[in-house]
Design a protein around this ligand. Structure first.
Ligand code: RI2
Length: 318
């Protein structure tokens, strides 16, 4: 797959999920770099920076994407030779993919410790990190039952129930608007995240915040499973996470919409759950309260703090 094809497939959500799009971008940068053998240092760096920009902006909300691209392309800014730049980038791309896969496994191990035998779990959308917690608990012999939402308009819930069913987990498939109705039967909610801000707010699939609200009302714990590269460093500088709004025809066919001249379809893909509705964030570094988001950004995403300072006027160069 070419770099442009990967970008297009991410944009169309043929490749989706915050972790998967980050790994797909890493693989695309790796393949693209490996295919370049005839350029001088400057031309190689220019071309790779353009490729990085293309991938980083293809979906605006999931911070995993720019974070991955920033980690991988960093040698382009510092390398002294073509070989340093190329080997550095390719090594980082491979390391990111491996780290990301291990992170999901580790999150599953840690997350499973927060699930008890007999628990009924509600999840929303299709998060491999959240599902890993549930499936790991099941593999450890716990008797788990799941409520999984449909996830209009793109129906990611269909992928979730296939994974759960294949694993042999008893699963109830519900429409999104039934989440509060069933909350009284639920012991714990676990979702993924596309971005987590410095104040611990969680940006995830539209509808997540309603479920968190219903969970709080019912005194049900609400957990978020997210790799550390889903924390958003630039929120330290006050940058807001842009909520992607996708095309109207995902919600209503054009043929119907054109007959309704006074109707506008709004289709935000994500919403924001404030930190006070989140009990715990399960990362590969451990389970943390949302108030510790700053620590994750500072200690585990240190690489990016350097980048931040290059374009922020009040940061002094060392
Ligand atoms: P993992 C997805 O976004 C969902 O919002 C999901 O909760 C989140 O990414 C995290 O998924 P989309 O690509 O990285 O479906 O845990 O818009 O798989």
């Amino acid at each position: 797959m070419t770099l442009e094809e990967t970008a297009t497939r991410i944009k169309r959500m043929e490749i989706r999920g915050a972790g998967r799009i980050a790994r797909a971008a890493a693989k695309a940068l790796l393949d693209y770099s490996e295919s370049i053998n005839d350029l001088d240092q400057k031309s190689y760096i220019d071309r790779m920076l353009r490729a990085s920009d293309l991938l980083a902006g293809v979906r605006p909300t999931a911070v995993s994407l720019p974070n991955a691209v920033n980690i991988i392309s960093k040698p382009l800014l510092k390398a002294e030779t073509l070989q340093d730049a190329k080997e550095g980038l390719e090594d980082r791309a491979r390391a990111f993919i491996t780290h990301s896969e291990h992170a999901v496994t580790r999150i599953g191990e840690i997350g499973a410790r927060h699930i008890r035998d007999g628990d009924v779990v509600m999840t929303h959308c299709n998060s491999e990190a959240a599902l890993q917690c549930i499936v790991t608990a099941h593999h450890q012999g716990m008797d788990i039952e799941v409520y999984a939402t449909e996830v209009r308009p793109r129906n990611q819930g269909h992928i979730t129930i296939k994974t759960l069913s294949d694993a042999g987990i008893r699963t109830n498939f519900i429409v999104d608007s039934a989440a509060r109705y069933f909350m009284k039967e639920v012991d714990i909610c676990i979702t993924g995240a596309d971005a987590i801000t410095v104040n611990g707010a969680v940006i995830n699939k539209i509808g997540t915040s309603q479920i968190a609200l219903a969970a709080k009302e019912a005194r049900v714990n609400f957990l978020v499973a997210a790799e550390t590269y889903k924390f958003a460093p630039r929120t330290i500088l006050g940058e807001r996470i842009l909520i992607e709004e996708r095309p109207a025809d995902e919600v209503l066919p054009d043929a119907i919409l054109t007959t309704l001249p006074h109707v506008t379809v709004r289709n935000p893909t994500f919403d924001i759950t404030p930190s006070e509705y989140v009990d715990l964030i399960i990362t590969e570094q451990g389970a943390i309260p949302p108030e510790m988001a700053y620590t994750i950004i500072k200690e585990h995403l240190q690489w990016d703090m350097d980048n931040l300072c290059t374009d922020y006027p009040y940061c002094e160069e060392e």
